[in-house]
Design a binder for this molecule. Structure first.
Ligand code: CO8
Length: 262
């Protein structure tokens, strides 16, 4: 498929490769138009369905991961445009359908919908230039793609209220301290780091990687007792895979495992 607002490539040396998606509307700071969100969703689902892909990296450019939904388009909307036609809402949850791990590699601005897309990813790696924020309040709106829900889960109520009510930005160091991102690296090493993590995931057993993602995500949707029961079922089910036999067998034989992904 040909895309106009994103670039895609496949990288890696092993049997499982990494799918890389680069948001690519540089003149608009990667502002998230309907077309971009459609293309991002399509590319994510295509990589997810590809048996040769083990992990996905979503990134932007050095100035911006994404500066939010496209204000020049939204500015014209009235209530019925936003609500009835499904503009700026119909294609924002596609990322939740992806079962393989998705890593956000963020440099520069990740604001509004850009911060929300980054938070929808499974791992968030930031360049030291990254700036996160939910500035919607300054436009007379509120976050609309999960910012008020995912931000408190990631960084707690105090910081989330501060960010959402004032619209201030958080730099990479504060984002790491607060738990929004798991790693901060110098900007020129961002993709090296993100691809190294992705390659590491590609070398693991895909059933366990996908179930680990599923189990952690379940913790945000359920209570502890149900969540632990869910995890236990996944744990049991992995004993039906060749990868469990290979992983444990390789450990006992003191060799590197070669996962079969079956
Ligand atoms: N939309 C459209 N264009 C944008 C956006 C945007 N979000 N952000 C930047 N641009 C454009 C600018 O208009 C400018 O264009 P031009 O060169 O034609 O004038 C170009 O990008 C460069 O921007 P600046 O000149 O402003 O560059 P600066 O370095 O001075 O500032 C900032 C960079 C800080 C990123 C600044 O551009 C900014 O504040 N942008 C807006 C950030 C923002 O408010 N984002 C939130 C948008 S609302 C949102 O995301 C809601 C999501 C809801 C999803 C709901 C789904 C269901």
């Amino acid at each position: 498929m040909t895309y106009e607002t994103i670039l895609t490539e496949t990288v890696g040396a092993g049997p499982l490769k990494t799918g890389v998606i680069r948001l690519n509307r540089p003149k608009q700071m990667n502002a998230l138009s309907d077309q971009l969100m459609d293309e991002l969703g399509a590319a994510l689902l295509a990589f997810d369905a590809d048996d040769g892909i083990g992990a996905i990296v979503v990134t932007g450019n050095e100035r911006a991961f994404a500066a939010g939904a496209d204000i020049s388009i939204m500015a014209k909307y009235d209530y019925m445009d936003a609500f009835k036609k499904g503009h700026i809402s119909r294609n924002w949850e596609t990322m939740r359908q992806v079962r393989k791990p998705v890593i956000a590699a963020v440099a520069g601005f990740a604001l509004g919908g850009g911060c929300e897309v980054a938070m929808m990813c499974d791992m968030l790696i930031a360049a030291d230039t990254a700036k996160f924020g939910q500035p919607e309040i300054k436009l007379g709106i509120v976050p609309g793609a999960g910012g008020t829900q995912r931000l408190p889960r990631a960084i707690g109520k105090a910081k989330a209220m501060d960010m959402v009510l004032t619209g201030r930005m958080m730099d990479a160091a504060e984002a790491e301290r607060s738990g929004l991102v798991s790693r901060v690296v110098p900007a020129d090493q961002l993709m090296t780091e993100a691809l190294a993590v992705a390659e590491q995931l590609c070398g693991l057993g895909m059933p366990s990687v996908m179930m680990a993602k599923d189990a952690v995500n379940r913790s945000f949707e359920t209570g502890l007792t149900d969540g632990i029961a869910y995890e236990r079922r996944l744990f049991h089910s992995l004993f039906g895979t060749e990868d469990q036999r290979e992983g444990m067998g390789a450990f006992l034989e003191k060799r590197k495992p070669e996962f079969k992904n079956r």
